[in-house]
Design a protein around this ligand. Structure first.
Ligand code: 13P
Ligand code: SF4
Length: 303
Protein backbone atom coordinates (compact mmCIF):
# COMPACT_ATOMS: atom_id res chain seq x y z
CA UNK A 1 0.00 0.00 0.00
CA UNK A 2 1.14 3.47 -0.84
CA UNK A 3 2.27 5.90 1.87
CA UNK A 4 -0.26 8.74 1.70
CA UNK A 5 -0.70 11.85 3.88
CA UNK A 6 -4.01 10.35 4.97
CA UNK A 7 -2.32 7.13 6.20
CA UNK A 8 0.31 9.14 8.08
CA UNK A 9 -2.44 11.22 9.72
CA UNK A 10 -4.37 8.07 10.67
CA UNK A 11 -1.28 6.59 12.36
CA UNK A 12 -0.57 9.85 14.19
CA UNK A 13 -4.18 10.12 15.44
CA UNK A 14 -4.26 6.49 16.58
CA UNK A 15 -0.87 6.82 18.30
CA UNK A 16 -2.23 9.75 20.34
CA UNK A 17 -5.53 8.03 21.13
CA UNK A 18 -3.84 4.77 22.21
CA UNK A 19 -1.08 6.56 24.21
CA UNK A 20 1.35 4.57 22.11
CA UNK A 21 5.02 4.89 21.26
CA UNK A 22 6.38 3.68 17.90
CA UNK A 23 9.90 2.23 18.03
CA UNK A 24 11.85 1.48 14.85
CA UNK A 25 15.09 -0.29 14.08
CA UNK A 26 17.41 1.25 11.45
CA UNK A 27 16.69 -1.62 9.04
CA UNK A 28 13.04 -0.60 8.70
CA UNK A 29 11.47 1.10 5.68
CA UNK A 30 12.16 4.87 5.46
CA UNK A 31 8.55 5.90 6.18
CA UNK A 32 8.64 3.86 9.43
CA UNK A 33 11.95 5.41 10.51
CA UNK A 34 10.37 8.81 9.78
CA UNK A 35 7.17 8.27 11.75
CA UNK A 36 8.79 6.52 14.75
CA UNK A 37 9.11 8.28 18.12
CA UNK A 38 12.50 6.64 18.43
CA UNK A 39 14.86 4.95 15.93
CA UNK A 40 17.83 3.02 17.27
CA UNK A 41 19.97 -0.10 17.47
CA UNK A 42 18.91 -3.16 19.48
CA UNK A 43 20.45 -1.87 22.73
CA UNK A 44 18.86 1.59 22.50
CA UNK A 45 15.50 0.08 21.57
CA UNK A 46 15.60 -2.21 24.64
CA UNK A 47 16.50 0.72 26.88
CA UNK A 48 13.70 2.87 25.44
CA UNK A 49 11.17 0.04 25.79
CA UNK A 50 12.21 -0.41 29.44
CA UNK A 51 11.81 3.29 30.27
CA UNK A 52 8.78 4.47 28.32
CA UNK A 53 5.60 5.47 30.14
CA UNK A 54 3.48 4.87 27.02
CA UNK A 55 0.71 2.27 27.43
CA UNK A 56 1.30 0.64 24.05
CA UNK A 57 4.60 -0.11 22.27
CA UNK A 58 4.44 -0.66 18.51
CA UNK A 59 7.61 -2.42 17.45
CA UNK A 60 8.84 -1.81 13.89
CA UNK A 61 11.52 -4.47 13.91
CA UNK A 62 11.64 -8.25 14.27
CA UNK A 63 10.11 -10.69 16.78
CA UNK A 64 13.01 -10.91 19.29
CA UNK A 65 13.02 -7.11 19.64
CA UNK A 66 9.30 -6.94 20.45
CA UNK A 67 9.73 -9.94 22.77
CA UNK A 68 12.52 -8.14 24.66
CA UNK A 69 10.16 -5.17 25.08
CA UNK A 70 7.48 -7.53 26.46
CA UNK A 71 10.02 -9.05 28.88
CA UNK A 72 11.13 -5.61 30.08
CA UNK A 73 7.64 -4.05 30.23
CA UNK A 74 5.10 -6.83 30.94
CA UNK A 75 2.40 -4.34 31.95
CA UNK A 76 2.42 -2.75 28.49
CA UNK A 77 0.72 -3.85 25.31
CA UNK A 78 3.52 -4.76 22.87
CA UNK A 79 2.52 -4.97 19.22
CA UNK A 80 4.46 -6.48 16.31
CA UNK A 81 2.50 -5.43 13.21
CA UNK A 82 3.38 -8.63 11.29
CA UNK A 83 4.06 -11.83 13.26
CA UNK A 84 6.03 -13.31 10.36
CA UNK A 85 8.77 -10.74 10.97
CA UNK A 86 11.25 -13.08 12.63
CA UNK A 87 15.04 -13.23 12.67
CA UNK A 88 16.47 -16.34 10.95
CA UNK A 89 19.57 -16.11 13.18
CA UNK A 90 17.47 -16.20 16.38
CA UNK A 91 15.83 -19.39 15.04
CA UNK A 92 19.26 -21.07 14.80
CA UNK A 93 19.41 -21.60 18.60
CA UNK A 94 16.72 -23.48 20.52
CA UNK A 95 16.43 -23.86 24.31
CA UNK A 96 16.69 -27.69 24.16
CA UNK A 97 19.92 -27.72 22.17
CA UNK A 98 21.33 -24.96 24.38
CA UNK A 99 20.58 -27.07 27.48
CA UNK A 100 22.38 -30.04 25.86
CA UNK A 101 25.40 -27.90 25.03
CA UNK A 102 25.51 -26.52 28.59
CA UNK A 103 25.49 -30.09 29.96
CA UNK A 104 28.29 -31.07 27.57
CA UNK A 105 30.49 -28.13 28.62
CA UNK A 106 29.70 -28.55 32.34
CA UNK A 107 28.39 -25.24 33.54
CA UNK A 108 29.64 -22.65 31.04
CA UNK A 109 28.83 -18.94 31.39
CA UNK A 110 26.25 -18.30 28.66
CA UNK A 111 26.35 -14.93 26.89
CA UNK A 112 23.45 -14.66 24.49
CA UNK A 113 23.08 -12.06 21.78
CA UNK A 114 19.67 -10.34 22.04
CA UNK A 115 18.88 -11.94 18.66
CA UNK A 116 17.49 -14.98 20.52
CA UNK A 117 14.09 -16.23 21.68
CA UNK A 118 12.91 -15.62 25.27
CA UNK A 119 13.44 -19.36 25.99
CA UNK A 120 17.11 -19.05 25.07
CA UNK A 121 17.52 -15.85 27.09
CA UNK A 122 16.00 -17.72 30.05
CA UNK A 123 18.86 -20.28 29.76
CA UNK A 124 21.51 -17.50 29.64
CA UNK A 125 23.60 -15.75 32.27
CA UNK A 126 23.65 -12.41 30.50
CA UNK A 127 22.57 -10.89 27.17
CA UNK A 128 24.53 -8.60 24.88
CA UNK A 129 24.00 -6.62 21.70
CA UNK A 130 26.46 -5.77 18.96
CA UNK A 131 27.04 -2.40 20.69
CA UNK A 132 28.18 -3.87 24.02
CA UNK A 133 29.36 -7.47 23.27
CA UNK A 134 33.01 -6.60 23.95
CA UNK A 135 32.19 -4.90 27.25
CA UNK A 136 29.95 -7.77 28.36
CA UNK A 137 32.65 -10.38 27.60
CA UNK A 138 35.19 -8.27 29.50
CA UNK A 139 32.87 -8.29 32.53
CA UNK A 140 32.90 -12.12 32.77
CA UNK A 141 35.48 -13.47 35.26
CA UNK A 142 38.50 -14.87 33.38
CA UNK A 143 38.23 -18.32 34.94
CA UNK A 144 34.79 -18.91 33.37
CA UNK A 145 34.33 -20.78 30.13
CA UNK A 146 32.08 -18.62 27.94
CA UNK A 147 29.52 -20.07 25.54
CA UNK A 148 28.49 -17.39 23.05
CA UNK A 149 25.05 -17.85 21.40
CA UNK A 150 24.03 -17.74 18.51
CA UNK A 151 26.18 -15.49 16.26
CA UNK A 152 29.57 -17.10 15.58
CA UNK A 153 30.74 -13.95 13.77
CA UNK A 154 29.92 -11.48 16.55
CA UNK A 155 31.39 -14.01 18.98
CA UNK A 156 34.61 -14.23 16.95
CA UNK A 157 34.83 -10.43 16.81
CA UNK A 158 34.34 -10.10 20.59
CA UNK A 159 36.89 -12.88 21.19
CA UNK A 160 39.47 -11.06 19.07
CA UNK A 161 38.84 -7.70 20.76
CA UNK A 162 39.09 -9.15 24.27
CA UNK A 163 41.75 -11.86 23.62
CA UNK A 164 39.39 -14.41 25.20
CA UNK A 165 38.62 -17.94 24.07
CA UNK A 166 34.88 -18.35 23.49
CA UNK A 167 32.91 -21.45 22.60
CA UNK A 168 30.90 -20.28 19.58
CA UNK A 169 27.42 -21.45 18.62
CA UNK A 170 27.29 -22.07 14.84
CA UNK A 171 24.63 -19.39 14.08
CA UNK A 172 24.94 -16.43 11.73
CA UNK A 173 22.97 -13.62 10.08
CA UNK A 174 22.19 -14.68 6.52
CA UNK A 175 22.53 -11.06 5.33
CA UNK A 176 25.90 -10.15 6.86
CA UNK A 177 27.45 -13.61 6.54
CA UNK A 178 27.06 -13.41 2.75
CA UNK A 179 29.70 -10.67 2.50
CA UNK A 180 33.14 -11.79 1.39
CA UNK A 181 36.60 -10.19 1.28
CA UNK A 182 36.22 -9.90 -2.54
CA UNK A 183 33.17 -7.62 -2.00
CA UNK A 184 35.31 -5.30 0.13
CA UNK A 185 38.11 -5.27 -2.45
CA UNK A 186 35.67 -4.62 -5.34
CA UNK A 187 33.91 -1.82 -3.47
CA UNK A 188 37.25 -0.15 -2.61
CA UNK A 189 38.20 -0.31 -6.31
CA UNK A 190 34.87 1.23 -7.36
CA UNK A 191 35.01 3.97 -4.69
CA UNK A 192 38.68 4.80 -4.01
CA UNK A 193 39.18 6.88 -0.88
CA UNK A 194 35.86 5.84 0.72
CA UNK A 195 36.04 4.37 4.24
CA UNK A 196 34.70 0.84 4.73
CA UNK A 197 32.43 0.38 7.77
CA UNK A 198 30.90 -2.99 8.60
CA UNK A 199 28.72 -4.66 11.23
CA UNK A 200 30.33 -7.27 13.54
CA UNK A 201 27.82 -9.86 12.25
CA UNK A 202 30.11 -10.02 9.17
CA UNK A 203 32.67 -12.83 8.91
CA UNK A 204 36.10 -12.31 10.58
CA UNK A 205 37.83 -12.21 7.17
CA UNK A 206 35.59 -9.24 6.27
CA UNK A 207 35.80 -7.33 9.58
CA UNK A 208 39.64 -7.42 9.49
CA UNK A 209 39.53 -5.55 6.16
CA UNK A 210 37.25 -2.75 7.40
CA UNK A 211 38.24 0.73 8.60
CA UNK A 212 35.54 0.57 11.27
CA UNK A 213 33.48 -2.23 12.85
CA UNK A 214 30.41 -1.13 14.84
CA UNK A 215 26.76 -1.69 15.68
CA UNK A 216 24.22 0.20 13.57
CA UNK A 217 24.20 3.18 15.96
CA UNK A 218 27.99 3.06 16.19
CA UNK A 219 28.23 3.22 12.40
CA UNK A 220 25.82 6.14 12.29
CA UNK A 221 27.83 8.02 14.92
CA UNK A 222 31.06 7.26 13.06
CA UNK A 223 29.89 8.72 9.71
CA UNK A 224 28.60 11.84 11.47
CA UNK A 225 31.86 12.46 13.32
CA UNK A 226 34.30 11.43 10.56
CA UNK A 227 36.08 13.99 8.36
CA UNK A 228 35.65 11.59 5.40
CA UNK A 229 32.99 12.39 2.78
CA UNK A 230 32.41 8.93 1.33
CA UNK A 231 31.66 5.56 2.94
CA UNK A 232 31.14 1.93 1.90
CA UNK A 233 28.54 0.46 4.22
CA UNK A 234 28.50 -3.25 5.13
CA UNK A 235 25.12 -3.71 6.77
CA UNK A 236 21.41 -3.83 5.91
CA UNK A 237 20.48 -1.08 3.45
CA UNK A 238 17.93 0.62 5.79
CA UNK A 239 20.75 2.22 7.77
CA UNK A 240 21.96 4.20 4.74
CA UNK A 241 18.59 6.03 4.70
CA UNK A 242 19.32 7.37 8.20
CA UNK A 243 22.97 8.11 7.29
CA UNK A 244 21.94 10.17 4.24
CA UNK A 245 19.33 11.99 6.34
CA UNK A 246 21.84 12.86 9.09
CA UNK A 247 24.73 13.70 6.70
CA UNK A 248 23.23 15.28 3.56
CA UNK A 249 26.63 16.28 2.11
CA UNK A 250 28.20 12.80 2.35
CA UNK A 251 28.02 9.78 0.03
CA UNK A 252 27.10 6.24 1.08
CA UNK A 253 27.57 3.10 -1.05
CA UNK A 254 26.32 -0.33 -0.04
CA UNK A 255 29.08 -2.92 0.16
CA UNK A 256 26.96 -5.34 -1.86
CA UNK A 257 23.54 -5.26 -3.53
CA UNK A 258 22.18 -8.18 -1.46
CA UNK A 259 22.00 -6.34 1.85
CA UNK A 260 18.24 -6.51 2.43
CA UNK A 261 16.66 -8.27 5.41
CA UNK A 262 13.32 -9.45 4.03
CA UNK A 263 11.70 -10.06 7.41
CA UNK A 264 12.54 -6.53 8.61
CA UNK A 265 10.78 -5.24 5.50
CA UNK A 266 7.55 -7.12 6.32
CA UNK A 267 6.50 -4.25 8.59
CA UNK A 268 4.64 -1.54 6.67
CA UNK A 269 2.89 1.68 7.64
CA UNK A 270 -0.56 0.25 6.89
CA UNK A 271 0.19 -2.72 9.17
CA UNK A 272 1.25 -0.26 11.91
CA UNK A 273 -2.10 1.53 11.44
CA UNK A 274 -3.99 -1.78 11.66
CA UNK A 275 -2.07 -2.83 14.78
CA UNK A 276 -2.89 0.46 16.49
CA UNK A 277 -6.55 0.10 15.52
CA UNK A 278 -7.01 -3.50 16.72
CA UNK A 279 -4.23 -3.68 19.36
CA UNK A 280 -3.12 -6.93 17.66
CA UNK A 281 -0.90 -8.88 17.06
CA UNK A 282 0.38 -8.75 20.64
CA UNK A 283 3.62 -10.24 21.89
CA UNK A 284 3.49 -11.87 25.32
CA UNK A 285 5.95 -14.09 27.17
CA UNK A 286 5.11 -16.92 29.60
CA UNK A 287 5.68 -15.56 33.17
CA UNK A 288 8.12 -18.37 34.15
CA UNK A 289 10.28 -17.81 31.08
CA UNK A 290 9.93 -14.06 31.39
CA UNK A 291 11.30 -13.96 34.93
CA UNK A 292 14.49 -15.82 33.94
CA UNK A 293 14.94 -14.00 30.63
CA UNK A 294 14.51 -10.68 32.45
CA UNK A 295 17.48 -11.44 34.70
CA UNK A 296 19.77 -11.87 31.69
CA UNK A 297 18.48 -8.69 30.03
CA UNK A 298 18.60 -6.62 33.23
CA UNK A 299 22.19 -7.70 33.92
CA UNK A 300 23.11 -6.40 30.48
CA UNK A 301 21.28 -3.10 30.95
CA UNK A 302 22.90 -2.61 34.37
CA UNK A 303 26.35 -2.77 32.76
P1 13P B 1 22.18 -3.60 15.95
O1 13P B 1 21.25 -2.54 15.43
O2 13P B 1 22.02 -3.76 17.41
O3 13P B 1 23.57 -3.34 15.52
O4 13P B 1 21.68 -5.01 15.36
C1 13P B 1 21.76 -5.38 14.05
C2 13P B 1 20.81 -6.45 13.70
O5 13P B 1 21.08 -7.29 12.89
C3 13P B 1 19.52 -6.50 14.31
O6 13P B 1 18.82 -7.56 13.80
FE1 SF4 C 1 18.26 -11.27 11.87
FE2 SF4 C 1 20.23 -10.51 10.22
FE3 SF4 C 1 17.75 -9.73 9.72
FE4 SF4 C 1 19.10 -8.72 11.82
S1 SF4 C 1 19.58 -8.45 9.68
S2 SF4 C 1 16.97 -9.45 11.80
S3 SF4 C 1 20.30 -10.52 12.43
S4 SF4 C 1 18.51 -11.83 9.73
Amino acid sequence: MEVTDELVKEVNDLRRRRKAIILSHYYQRPELQDIADFVGDSLELSRTAARTDAEVIVFCGVHFMAESAAILSPEKVVLLPDLRAGCPMADMAGADSLRSKKAELTNPFVVSYVNTTADVKAESDICCTSANAVRIIESVPRDKQILFVPDKNLGAYAARQTSRDLVLWPGFCCIHDELEPADVMDARRRHPGALVIVHPECRPEVTVLADKVASTSGMLRFVQESQAREFIVGTEEGLTYQMAKKCPGKKFHLLSSGLVCDTMKLITLSKVRDALKTLEPRITVHPGIRRRALQALEKMLAL
